[in-house]
Design a protein around this ligand. Structure first.
Ligand SMILES: *Cc1c(COP(=O)(O)O)cnc(C)c1O
Length: 337
């Protein structure tokens, strides 16, 4: 099977498993897991921040970020396609008691003038604008990504308006291998950053939230109340450390392979539209007379797995368990369907 359902479907490599087995572990609720402490130190340093927190999922790191950056009755500003709005079960309202103001961005990307327009003046019948969240890469935007030149004006706007700024960097490394920007530079613009290790980096579990020491101290309390205080989870942290050591540079391959699939799809008669391919995600719309579920079933019989991604829309995601040969095979299948 050529499984392009998501970049979360990867399984640990033998080398990663071997490294995990050798981890030195302890009880992390007491801060005594050496493998977790090492990972948290490393990731905080990568972003030039004081601290980081290892969590079971990117949903949890985002939810904790919203919690520590807001109070109930505050307002969060983000793109309408954001993961925090679309794919976290409405957690912003449930966990943090906040409202949300949605921006219609350009393939998931928002701009400083849009943030200014979305900021509420602060009448007492309104929620108080408190936090801006951007996503990089933008999943529902088709893997589009921001460069720092685009982030800077948004960060400046946040500063001048007293807004906190959070980055949902689930696939940040897929962007950075394209833009050649550094995690350290990215770290200077945000209050908190979430990165996923279980997407393209290929770890089985794990996300980190990065921020200053006070923010991460608060974050630890909310991780605990959400049930995310883990014990000898250093085996999982070791997988993340291995992923950072070995799997960042290869993300370029996934991005390039997504482009190959995009180029293959573009001229095909059943493709109505294709989002520009910028990283490891390919999103395309089928002609009106083809149902997404039928198309996906047909692909499945030929050995290719994908997911429906909105009305008559299909998503492929490239990752380390899809080889170059598998991409060529998938292209042949797509042309023949
Ligand atoms: C996958 C993802 C997350 C986190 O998802 P989990 O499955 O909870 O780890 C957050 N943001 C974006 C944009 C994602 O794609």
């Amino acid at each position: 099977m050529i499984n392009m359902i998501s970049d979360t479907v990867t399984k640990p490599t033998p080398a990663m498993l071997d490294y995990m087995m050798k981890a030195e572990v302890g009880d992390d609720v007491f801060n005594e897991d050496p493998a977790i402490n090492a990972l948290q130190r490393r990731v905080s340093k990568m972003f030039g921040k004081e601290a980081a927190l290892f969590c079971p999922s990117g949903t949890m790191t985002n939810q904790i970020a919203i919690k520590i950056n807001t109070k109930p009755l505050d307002d969060v500003i983000c793109d309408i396609d954001s993961h925090i709005y679309q794919s976290e079960t409405g957690g912003y309202a449930f966990n943090s008691g906040v409202a949300i103001t949605l921006i219609q961005g350009n393939h998931g990307k928002i701009t400083a003038p849009q943030v200014i327009a979305a900021t509420k003046p602060g009448f007492d019948w309104q929620p108080i604008s408190r936090l801006v969240v951007v996503e990089n890469t933008c999943n529902k935007g088709g893997g589009s990504f921001y460069t720092l030149d685009e982030i800077k004006p948004i960060a400046e706007t946040c500063k001048s308006k007293g807004l906190k700024f959070h980055l949902d960097g689930a696939r940040l490394f897929n962007a950075l291998v394209e833009s050649n920007e550094s995690t350290e530079d990215w770290g200077t613009y945000f209050d908190t950053i979430s990165v996923c290790m279980s997407k393209g980096l290929g770890a089985p579990v794990g996300s980190l939230l990065v921020g200053d020491a006070d923010a991460i101290r608060e974050a630890r309390r909310f991780r605990k109340v959400m049930g995310g205080g883990m014990r000898q989870a250093g085996y999982l942290a070791a997988a993340c450390t291995f992923a950072l050591d070995h799997h960042i540079h290869r993300l370029k391959d996934d991005n390039d392979r997504a482009k190959i699939i995009g180029e293959t799809l573009k001229p095909l008669s059943y493709v109505k539209s294709l989002k520009p391919v910028h990283s490891n995600i390919v999103i395309f719309e089928l002609q009106d007379d083809i149902r997404d579920v039928d198309f996906i079933d047909k692909l499945k019989t030929k050995g290719v797995l994908a997911v429906p991604f909105g009305a008559n829309t299909i998503r492929f995601v490239l990752h380390m368990d899809v080889s170059e040969q598998m991409v060529f095979d998938a292209c042949k299948i797509l042309k023949g369907i």
